[in-house]
Design a protein around this ligand. Sequence first.
Ligand SMILES: Cc1ncc(COP(=O)(O)O)c(C=O)c1O
Length: 445
Amino acid sequence: MANAHPPAAFLDAVRPLRAAFPEAPSPYRLPLTTNTFGDAEIAAALEALVRGPMTLGPRVAAFEAAFAAAHDAPDAVFCNSGSSANLLAMAVLARPQGPDAGPALQPGDEVVVPAVTWSTTLWPVAQVGCVPVLADVDPATLNVTVASIERALSPRTRAVFLAHILGNPAPIQEIADLCRQRGLILVEDVCESLDADVDGKRCGTFGRMGTFSFYFSHHICTVEGGMVVCQDAADGDRLRIQRAHGWTRNLPAPSKAAWESRYPDVDPRFLFVDSGYNLRPTDLQAAIGLVQLERRHAFLASRRRAAARWMAARDRHPAVFLPMRVAPGSSHFALPLVLQPGLHRAELAAFLERHGVENRPLVAGNLARQPALQHVTHRIAGPLVGADVVHDRAMYVGIHPGLAEADIEYLCEVLDRFAAAALAGTGAGDAHAPGPGLGVWAVAT
Ligand SMILES: Cc1ncc(COP(=O)(O)O)c(C=O)c1O
């Protein structure tokens, strides 16, 4: 069984290389994120490369099993990105639910999505022929609410695909109850919120499936990578069929045998039982993921420590920054900064840049205002007032485990300075040369 501890020989090979080739420094005093890979991640990837197999091998199976166990879920299916995880989840619902059953989602069915989320929460809904319906968000939590979802429902609604934004859990228990009452399928996009929980229950386990991203800036990183956690082993099979070509090769032995017995005239090595994609991950990614998964509690503790200080610094200035409501189970992907009316996001962004603080708009803003929506059949559920606040007045600054005490203190000072400048009406504030950069590739422990 593959595990998170590469043999010493690989560690010995990696250490001198890392010493000889130091990482490039970031141009930012506070980059959005830093590389968390230690020697063990690189040694594990190297081992996969040297010893093989390199794709859908034992490390992928071990990473899936460890991830499912961490979520108290019967199964988890690894793929090559969070966007692919979203596509797989929607594809599974839109494909036949068994050899003799129709799809759970039919073309033209409506699926409620948040108006504020990443683009690839919404695209897969349209890509499988369904109609995304944009529900408003609360700018104080950045998430959809029970009321905004209720407003988005119609007789054509079949599913809710919500996202937990920036690590902050949505009111998921109430939304799960609503879905149960209305007979709706619930899928959670947890790409920004690994390890967020509500009363100890992990986000991603409240509905039929939960999706995760292991992209560079996320809670754990496999360079690129994604996971779908599911509550029904049959969905695990469907996800694996969709993930690789529509074939049965990667199914657990009993399901594989069941399919093969239905089609004795087809060579089981190339037995295609549905349409599908190639969204396969590699064993290199899984090897890295196994190490990162073991380190995630330490990562989360660091994120929470920085988040507590930065939220307090932000909330010292309620005339400048909108008060936020963050659930105790947040896993703090980033620090949201939502300006009060009359203050300008561009000024905040420019101020942060001048002070060496890398920043981003709050994911895709109000998705209804993105030009791509012209090309996607969708419905907008009432005025997107909260989403417009996020679109016009919100930014975020990265939280990551590589933040030192001085970095945490530095942003507190920058926020104080911005608030003073904004209140004095000199919004842009003074120019300030950023200090020496953190290594963007620096090892974070
Ligand atoms: C909410 C959400 N969903 C999906 C994704 C897509 O993940 P990936 O970049 O791994 O494709 C992201 C990416 O950041 C995200 O924030």
